[in-house]
Design a protein around this ligand. Structure first.
Ligand code: C2E
Ligand code: CA
Ligand code: CA
Length: 586
């Protein structure tokens, strides 16, 4: 480090700053003359003794140091130690009259840059030129890095370009023409584990990972684009990595768990990719696409190999369009609520409706919730979507009751909604404010949502249950939950997943499972609700086995409010209680 002096910018505008450590005034004068012949503007300073040396180095920095080996109060090794202790990292060339090869080797082993015999300017000057130009390069690099840190363009932990800087680098690469590929890497395992790691371990892993990336891709543009995400830019036409090789190498390097300061780390890298040929030459657009591709691959449990597949990228583009337009869809009224009737057994009379959301997308057309609920959950927008569903279902309940159908509405609720602060309190106040009798309201929660934070979920559900809200476990049988867990949840209804119902007539195993769920559920005092009923024979079987509720296309597909009201007046007549039948007939 050049302590008080600015680094050299150019040899031509300013001469190098040189320190000569030598007890002999004559040798200093002779050496200075030789140096001045090469660098007229050189600043040459004499350090004849240890105290002089300390004094000089404390005050200023040097670009190169020439050091005699043997002096009355120190030798070159001690002189270098003194320099080091004062933070001077200028290259040291040992220059001694005592032409002992051993001295030279020892000096070099100890960190001196070279050893030159005194009185040999023909050797010394080229060595100095070499050292000064290396020094200049190092200083320039340091300066660029310092400027980048100062300008907030480099991540201070890993020294990698941050998102904004990486985007600039990608934009530059895009302007070079040809294909630019982007690979994004999310350290999902580290993100999951971070709370259980000792102080500093997470940072050490990130530094280690970035060092490995730097060594793997020394010529590529790299970046740390968020806390746990990194990115690599590839130019296959310039002989850089191609995507399949890159994916394979990353798996080879990082797939195995490793130990960091005694803690076991599993990075569990998720990858996404984008090409400017699909996304255009905009870095932001490529990063967004890569993110969507990564989430799609993760949600569908696909190996990163899919990233080289064009059809996959087309799906990822659709995924991205959905992600981007979801927020405005909620605001702009593109969502619609559909209603699917549920009948009670053995009466076969209408008891409730399940509210199911639909999205009429301006470009992609009608979207099924299976395509966007997962995306809404991931982005957090499910909270706004859920609020919309609650509002709309309460409006529907009121208009159905006003039309003379005192039925219950059931809405689906995802795990991020349950995690909202005071979810139960807010739901209850909403129902109260809108004069909704709680006994007409049911909440469906999937097994996995109920289990994601079991302790908390129990508390929320208990509050709702005590307040008179009916609670149903949706898609029962598809998750990991057992009836033992179920015992601890204050639920009222068990919805047997439609996959079992649909296989019931063909597969003996499925029919055994359904009968077992009905038996065990009923022994716990639960209402058993079967969904996905598509035929009368399925309805009959479930009726015989003691199932309490049926839902499915055999009764009706989900319908919008207009069609549902029309259904109630036509096909639904068969399922209406006598009292209502009379009322409708009037
Ligand atoms: P789910 O809660 O299991 O809803 C039942 C799904 O089965 C619905 O699909 C319904 O249309 C379909 N279905 C009903 N009867 C039959 C049948 O007889 N045969 C067949 N093959 N299918 C039948 P949909 O409407 O596409 O909804 C899919 C999933 O999206 C729902 O599954 C639910 O998990 C989720 N979802 C829908 N609306 C909402 C919502 O407002 N909020 C949340 N969080 N999730 C929702
Ligand atoms: Ca449901
Ligand atoms: Ca279900």
């Amino acid at each position: 480090m050049l302590s008080d002096q600015k680094p050299l910018t150019s040899e031509t505008t300013k001469g190098p700053s040189i320190l000569i450590i030598d007890d002999s005034d004559d040798d200093f004068a002779l050496l200075s003359r030789h140096i001045r012949k090469r660098w007229v503007q050189a600043s040459i300073v004499h350090g004849p003794s240890k105290s002089e040396l300390i004094n000089l180095v404390s005050k200023q920095g040097f670009d190169v140091v020439i050091c005699d080996h043997s002096m009355p109060d120190m030798d070159s090794t001690q002189a270098r130690e003194t320099l080091r202790s004062l933070g001077c990292d200028a290259p040291v060339i040992v220059c001694s009259g005592w032409a002992d090869e051993q001295v030279g080797i020892a000096a070099m082993n100890d960190g001196a840059r070279d050893f030159v015999e005194k009185g040999r300017p023909d050797r010394l000057i080229p060595v100095m030129e070499r050292e000064l130009s290396t020094r200049l390069l190092i200083l320039q690099k340091e300066q660029v890095a310092q400027e980048a840190i100062a300008a907030g363009r480099v991540d201070s932990l890993t020294q990698l370009p941050n998102l904004a800087h990486f985007e600039e680098l990608m934009d530059q690469l895009n302007t070079q023409g040809g294909e630019t590929l982007l690979l994004t890497l999310a350290l999902e395992g580290l993100n999951r584990q971070r709370k259980s790691l000792r102080a500093g371990v997470e940072q050490s892993v990130l530094v280690e990972f970035s060092n490995q990336l730097k060594s793997l891709f020394p010529k590529n543009a790299l970046g740390r684009i968020s806390d746990f995400e990194f990115a690599v830019c590839l130019k296959p036409a310039q002989g850089q990595w191609d995507l399949p090789k890159c994916i394979e190498e990353i798996y080879n390097r990082f797939d195995q768990p490793f130990s960091m300061r005694g803690q076991r780390i599993s990075l569990d890298i998720q990858m996404g990719s984008a090409s400017n040929e699909l996304c255009g030459n905009d870095a932001k657009e490529m990063l967004a696409h890569s993110g969507s591709a990564m989430r799609l691959a993760r949600n569908q449990n696909l190996h990163a190999d899919v990233l080289i597949d064009t059809a996959f990228h087309q799906r990822a583009r659709r995924h991205q369009t959905i992600e981007y337009s979801l927020a405005s869809a909620i605001q702009d009224g593109e969502l619609q609520l559909f209603f699917q009737p549920v009948i009670n057994l053995p009466s076969r009379r209408l008891g409730s409706v399940e509210c199911l959301v639909r999205w009429q997308h301006p470009v992609l057309g009608r979207l099924s919730p299976d395509e966007f609920i997962g995306i809404a959950e991931e982005s957090g927008l499910i909270v706004q979507l859920g609020a919309w569903v609650l509002r709309s279902s309460c409006e529907a309940l009121k208009s159905l009751h006003a039309a003379g159908y005192p039925i219950t509405v059931a809405i689906n609720c995802s795990s991020p909604e349950l995690s909202q602060p005071d979810f139960a309190g807010q739901l209850l106040s909403y129902l109260d404010e809108h004069n909704i009798d709680r006994k007409y309201f049911e909440l469906e929660i999937t097994e996995s949502a109920a289990l994601s934070d079991f302790g908390e979920t129990v508390k929320i559900l208990e509050k709702l249950h005590k307040a008179g809200i009916s609670l149903a476990i949706d898609d029962f049988g598809t998750g990991f939950s057992s009836l033992n867990y179920l015992r601890k949840l204050p639920v009222d209804v068990l919805k047997i997943d439609k996959s079992f119902v649909q296989e019931m007539t063909e597969h003996e195993d499925s029919s055994k499972i359904v009968r077992a769920i009905i038996g065990l559920g009923k022994s716990l005092g639960l209402t058993i609700h079967a969904e996905g009923i598509e035929s009368e024979s399925q309805a009959d079987m479930l009726d015989v086995w003691g199932c309490n509720r049926l839902q499915g296309y055999w009764i009706s597909k989900p319908l919008d409010m207009t069609d549902f009201l029309a259904w109630l007046k036509a096909d639904g007549q068969a399922f209406l209680p006598d009292l209502q039948k009379k009322r409708v007939a009037l």
